[in-house]
Design a protein around this ligand. Structure first.
Ligand SMILES: Nc1ncnc2c1ncn2[C@@H]1O[C@H](COP(=O)(O)OP(=O)(O)OP(=O)(O)O)[C@@H](O)[C@H]1O
Length: 262
């Protein structure tokens, strides 16, 4: 994990080649007649970390869930890696959504399986269902999963049971599993909320490293503004389902930030 936040070379690359990996266009969502997200628009570019901030219930997770397909927006549109979801076939839509891998606060590893076996699960969508038990994973998938563990700095723990790893290590295994899905971007829904400050820093540094060094887009819901300041390029503020600000992290205003949580 060698890079520091806000590397100038990544900044230059974004200016010359701002590939849009996620384009959320005026999406709205209601549950039981209550509007929880209203006309939300935002973008994530390749190589960029975007942080979502806002109080409980402000619509952060709803935005990510509309992108990854856990829910469908009532209106608006979403483009993932150039695929406009409302116009795409079901197969194209599923493929586009696979290119945005999700990492959750609750890590959901299979505790008794090894780190490597858990990471292999990220590649299952490319395999027939009967190949998804460990003896049948195949050498190729195992090799790819091992490379993913190397990318998160945990190759040496590949054969340890998931439940023998620390919380921070388990979240890095979950990120490796997401990488094994071969995504263009990572949607991280409170990826560090269950971690101590040091492990939280490690995970955020890793997500930033994947953006800067590998060109992934990262959209992360955070409850820690200081982590957004340290690791994001852009910060999005949500309040009561409305976008309040979307600005480069250097322009984040303390008063506006505090107002999100009033
Ligand atoms: N499946 C659902 N059914 C009914 N209401 C829902 C559903 N999902 C979310 N909501 C409501 O939508 C609102 C926005 O929820 P969301 O999870 O997006 O907030 P959030 O900003 O991510 O909050 P938190 O920081 O607490 O995770 C909340 O009031 C929540 O109760």
């Amino acid at each position: 994990m060698s890079i520091t936040a806000h590397s100038p070379s990544a900044h230059a690359a974004r200016i010359t080649e701002p590939e849009v990996l996620l384009d959320v266009q005026a999406i709205s969502k209601s549950f039981g007649g209550r509007v929880v997200l209203s006309d939300m628009s935002m973008r994530v570019h390749a190589g960029e970390v975007v942080a979502f901030l806002g109080a409980n219930g402000s619509g952060k997770s709803t935005t990510l869930r509309a992108v990854n397909g856990i829910i469908e927006a009532d209106s608006g549109d979403i483009e993932i890696a150039g695929v406009r979801l409302t116009e795409a076939s079901a197969a194209r839509r599923a493929e586009a959504r696979r290119s945005a891998a999700t990492v959750f606060q609750k890590i959901h590893l299979v505790p008794r399986r090894t780190a490597l076996q858990n990471v292999c699960a990220g590649g299952f969508s490319r395999l027939p269902a009967w190949r998804s038990i460990p003896p049948l994973f195949g050498a190729e998938l195992k090799e790819e999963a091992m490379a993913c563990l190397e990318r998160v700095g945990l190759a040496d723990r590949a054969h340890d049971r998931a439940d023998s790893l620390s919380g921070g290590q388990q979240q890095r295994v979950a990120i490796a599993r997401a990488l094994c899905q071969r995504p263009r971007m990572i949607l991280a829904d409170e990826p560090v909320s269950a971690l101590d400050p040091r492990a939280a820093d490690d995970v955020m540094r890793l997500l930033r490293q994947l953006a800067v060094e590998e060109g992934l887009g990262v959209a992360a819901v955070l409850h820690q503004p200081h982590l957004a300041r340290a690791y994001a390029d852009r910060v999005i503020g949500l309040r009561d389902g409305h976008l309040v600000f979307d600005c480069p992290v250097a322009e984040l205003d303390d008063t506006e930030l505090a107002a999100l949580y009033l």
